[in-house]
Design a protein around this ligand. Structure first.
Ligand SMILES: [Zn+2]
Length: 70
């Protein structure tokens, strides 16, 4: 599995993927980062879970923002 992962030129570690997912909250990623992240989420068991948590957090946060904007 390790050799398969390292054979992919756009391979990212989980730490790098997490960093990209967080950066994505603030700014759009370039195509290379976007592709690398998509590949990582496809081959990784843990990061999709983290992405779902981020998704929930973002929605909770925007609800909260809407609430205080009233
Ligand atoms: Zn990962």
């Amino acid at each position: 599995m390790t050799s398969f992962k390292s054979a992919i030129p756009l391979h990212r570690t989980c730490q790098e993927a997490a960093h990209l997912m967080l950066a994505r909250e603030d700014r759009p990623l370039n195509w290379r980062d976007k592709t690398a992240l998509r590949i990582h989420l496809w081959i990784c068991a843990n990061c999709p879970r983290f992405e779902r948590q981020l998704y929930v957090m973002r929605h909770a946060l925007s609800d909260w923002r809407n609430e205080i904007a009233k």
